[in-house]
Structure formats: structure tokens, C-alpha cells
Design a protein around this ligand. Structure first.
Ligand code: SF4
Length: 494
């Protein structure tokens, strides 16, 4: 088992402060179209899913995708704006593409900035970054072909209109860099919560839910293509609400309409596509997650026993300043409901922010004690980064010194490493059903996949291939990974 150790450090960076720097690059697709598109995507799964929508729209308008920027006629950067660092990364990439255009003697390469940073800065980005030809917000991707034509005519182009209806439901995504086994399906867009530290409501607009039938069709299509797991995506999946009459949430809530599809209903509909199709979802919100959703997870073996439930802080006073609309007691009540209905094995992960405005040492201790109580499997952990035009920037002083923020963050990371290891030790000697996602990152003869609780498992996999379900006996673990061997025909825990 020791030689498996070297496979581990790739995964241990899950949950450290740089998670928002995750990047995805378009793949090569040569179908003989005239022009080439290169897309670089940053940030969250929602952005990756959007880049697949963008690729689909562009492929309908004469573009193949490429994984080599030098080959491209058009370069898109799909950006994240959740932290200042994410935007600094984009500005550095723009300098890189500027140098690339000069080196390649290709002044004609078109540069477009998409996503949350585009929406936040709008046309100001054209003034700040002269290399940028177009700025396009998350709800304006249908307009891309017209905007490209505008730039082809020598103009610069901007469209950052935020919609109350747009869900791109009728556009089938072009899977970028997919392992062919797992895929994201976006079920809604925008967010109506106004957490005081967050830019998302300003960069992605009001909530709107996608037609469930188009979601089911996408899941069926993916299953027929060999995918065996879908993750339903939304900023706050628990407030998914759709009706055939009105798909404008504000109007729907004012209406008498009772025929509404809520998140528990949608989960059940996706689970019924095929028992061999695993269903995951992200992100849940503590104020909206219902027992109905938990009982639906319990009812279907193929709905994974895992919930991402961001808490952000363990202190009620800080949660109120964050405008999270729940307090420590409410959050614990939700965790207790998860443990009661789905058992101790249900995987729970979270988001943590260290050093929010006016956070005291004892407030910070409340976060550590809540982590001790919940025993998270893993978390995404950051220190507070003030964002322009957010409620917090307007109302509160960013008064926790950077050194204190960093020290508190490292204490949270240490606590998380501790609880992750405790949680993984519980799996030693158990057999888990694992969906193989591919070769482990360090060696072709080893395979990796995840169990229902979203834990990464690495094992020897001779004779098995991705997309298969296998039973794996867990023999060793680290804070981030389980290690084991395949058990042919063993009894298993789904
Ligand atoms: S729930 Fe809060 S943190 Fe999450 S996207 Fe919405 S506003 Fe941002």
C-alpha cells in the first residue's frame, strides 16, 4: 500500500485558500470549422458549466475549440470575481495574451472577457485593459456571435445585461475537458440571497430556475452517452422553484400557482432517469435545505449521500453581519437533521471565511468549535477579502489585520485536516461502492473514483475502466484520500 502514498499530495490542496484559482481549458475539437476558439475558465463549477454553453453557441457559429491559445482566432477568459486575487490572475493572463499576440504577429486575435469580473466591471474593463475587445456578462452569451461580428467590423463590444429569465435551457453544452463519466448540469442561475461579503448577486443577477424537463432530457442524454454521474448546479439549489405558468421567481412567489416543482421534486425526477446514474448537487443553503430534500436523498440509492452546506462562520453575531439569515443554532439543527435522517456516513462539507469584519478571537473559537461539532469531511477555506460594492464594503470596516486573518485561517485548515482524518479513519475496513473516474493522477495502473459521500478513493484497478462501479475495501487513509483494493462480489455500503 505504501507506494500509493505518492499519489496523495495532488488531492490535499482541496479546500485551501487557493481553491478559487481552479482553471479549465477548452479541448481540441476539429470538425473542420473555419475559426478556432480557445477558452480559459476560472472559479466555480458554474463558470465551467457556462463555458460549455459558450462553446456550444460558438460551435453553432463556425468555431471549433482548441486547447492551444497560439492556434486561436478568438480567446475567451471566463472569469471569477469572488476574491481580488482571482481578478489579479485574469489581469496577468491578459498581459500574457498581449505578449502572445505580439510574438505570434497576430494582432487579429480577438480577446473576450466573460463571466463575473466582466459583469462587475462592465465597459470600464475596456478602459482598464486596452487588449480586451469584448466584455460579456453571464446572461449575455446568446449575443456572442453578434458581438464577435461587431469586433470583426473593427469595433469593441460590451453586453452585460442581466436577465430574469435566461437559463440557456435549450442549449446543449459542449463538454469541455470531461472525463466522460461525470458532468455538471446547471439547474438555475443567479442568487436572491444578499450575503454581505458576496459579489454573486451583482454579477449573476436574480434567481431563476430552469425547466425541469430540459434538465431531465440533458441527464438522459448524458446517461446514453455513457456518463454515470451528474452534479446539479446552482448558487442555492434549495430555492429551486419552477412552474410551467411563470418562470420569473418574483412573480411566481406573488402568484397563487400551486403546481410548482421544488428541489426535492427535481432531485426525485433526476434520480428516476436510471438507478445507475448517480446524482449529486451543489450548493445547498442552510436556511432553505428541507427535511423533504433529506428524505428524498434517503429514498434513492443513486442520490449520493453527501451535502455541501456552507456555514462561513460559527458565530451568530458574525453570521448576522454576513446577512446569512440563519444563526449557529439553526445551522446545528440542520446538521442534526442530516445526521438523523441520512446517518453518520453522510458526507458534509462547508465553506469557511476567517477574519470577517470585527471578528473577535472568541468569535473565531466559535467557528473552530462548530467544526469540531459537525466533523466536516472537507471544506473550502478563505480569509475575508473585501469586494467592491458589496454590503460589507459599504457598511463595515475591514478591520481584522491580515496577519490575524492568515493565522486564523491556518487554525481552521489545521482543524479541518484533523476532522477530515477522523472522518476517513471511520472508513477503514469498510467496503464502498466507487464510480471509477479514471487513472489516478500519478500512475496509469492505479485508478481513482469517489464513494457516495464524495470521498476520493485510489486503488489498484487492473482489468477495470472508468465508468464502472466497483467495490473497494478501504485499507489506509490520509486527511484527503482513502486507499484500498477492489473486492470482487463483496458486500458494500452504497
Ligand atoms: S448564497 Fe450568499 S454566498 Fe452564496 S452565492 Fe448567494 S449571496 Fe453569494
Amino acid at each position: 500500500m505504501d507506494n500509493l502514498i505518492e499519489d496523495l499530495d495532488i488531492i490535499t490542496d482541496q479546500g485551501d485558500a487557493e481553491a478559487c484559482e481552479t482553471i479549465q481549458v477548452s479541448k481540441n475539437s476539429d470538425t473542420g470549422k473555419n475559426r478556432k476558439l480557445y477558452i480559459e475558465s476560472y472559479g466555480c463549477a458554474m463558470n465551467f458549466s457556462d463555458s460549455e454553453i459558450v462553446s456550444s453557441i460558438m460551435s453553432e457559429n463556425g468555431f471549433d475549440t482548441t486547447s492551444i491559445a497560439e492556434e486561436a482566432d478568438v480567446i475567451f477568459i471566463n472569469t471569477c470575481s469572488i476574491r481580488d486575487k482571482a481578478e489579479q490572475t485574469v489581469r496577468k493572463r491578459l498581459q500574457f495574451f498581449n505578449a502572445l499576440k505580439k510574438k505570434q504577429k497576430r494582432p487579429d486575435i480577438m480577446i473576450g472577457v466573460l463571466g463575473c469580473m466582466a459583469e462587475r466591471l462592465k465597459s470600464n474593463l475596456l478602459d482598464e485593459e486596452k487588449i480586451v475587445d469584448m466584455v460579456v456578462g453571464p446572461d449575455a452569451y446568446r449575443d456572442l456571435p453578434a458581438l464577435v461580428a461587431q469586433v470583426d467590423n473593427g469595433e469593441r463590444a460590451v453586453n452585460t445585461f442581466l436577465s430574469r429569465e435566461e437559463t440557456y435551457a435549450d442549449i446543449s453544452p459542449v463538454r469541455l475537458n470531461s472525463n466522460g463519466v461525470t458532468a455538471f448540469i446547471s439547474i438555475m442561475r443567479g442568487c436572491d440571497n444578499m450575503c454581505s461579503f458576496c459579489v454573486v448577486p451583482f454579477t449573476r443577477g436574480r434567481e431563476r430556475s430552469r425547466d425541469p424537463h430540459s434538465i431531465i432530457n440533458e441527464a438522459k442524454d448524458l446517461f446514453e452517452k455513457g456518463y454515470r454521474e451528474v452534479t446539479l448546479l446552482g448558487q442555492n439549489v434549495d430555492s429551486y422553484k419552477w412552474s410551467a405558468e411563470i418562470n420569473n421567481k418574483a412573480q411566481l412567489e406573488k402568484s397563487e400557482i400551486s403546481e410548482v416543482v421544488n428541489f426535492a421534486n427535481l432531485l426525485e425526477m433526476v434520480a428516476q432517469v436510471d438507478p445507475m446514474l448517480r446524482v449529486r448537487f451543489s450548493t445547498s443553503h442552510p436556511k432553505d435545505i428541507t427535511d423533504e430534500v433529506l428524505y428524498t436523498i434517503k429514498k434513492y440509492d443513486n442520490i449520493c449521500n453527501y451535502i455541501h452546506l456552507p456555514v462561513q462562520s460559527g458565530n451568530s453575531r458574525v453570521l448576522e453581519m454576513m446577512n446569512r439569515t440563519y444563526d449557529r443554532e439553526w445551522y446545528i439543527n440542520r446538521v442534526d437533521a442530516i445526521r438523523r435522517i441520512l446517518g453518520e456516513d453522510c458526507g458534509i462539507s462547508s465553506d469557511m471565511i476567517a477574519g470577517f469584519c470585527s471578528e473577535t478571537e472568541s468569535d473565531h473559537k466559535d467557528t473552530l468549535s462548530l467544526m469540531e461539532y459537525v466533523q466536516y469531511d472537507f471544506s473550502y477555506m478563505y480569509y475575508y477579502s473585501e469586494r467592491p460594492n458589496t454590503l460589507a464594503e459599504k457598511k463595515y470596516e475591514d478591520d481584522v489585520p491580515l496577519e490575524t486573518k492568515k493565522r486564523r485561517l491556518s487554525e481552521i485548515i489545521t482543524k479541518q485536516q484533523e476532522t477530515s482524518l477522523n472522518r476517513n479513519k471511520r472508513d477503514l475496513g469498510l467496503v464502498h461502492q466507487v464510480l471509477i473516474e479514471g487513472a489516478s493522477k500519478r500512475s496509469e495502473d492505479r485508478l481513482q473514483g469517489r464513494n457516495s459521500a464524495n470521498k476520493v478513493i485510489i486503488f489498484e484497478g487492473k482489468g477495470h475502466k472508468k465508468g464502472e462501479y466497483v467495490d473497494v475495501l478501504v485499507e489506509e487513509c490520509t486527511p484527503a484520500t482513502l486507499l484500498g483494493s477492489i473486492v470482487e462480489g463483496g458486500t458494500h455500503k452504497c
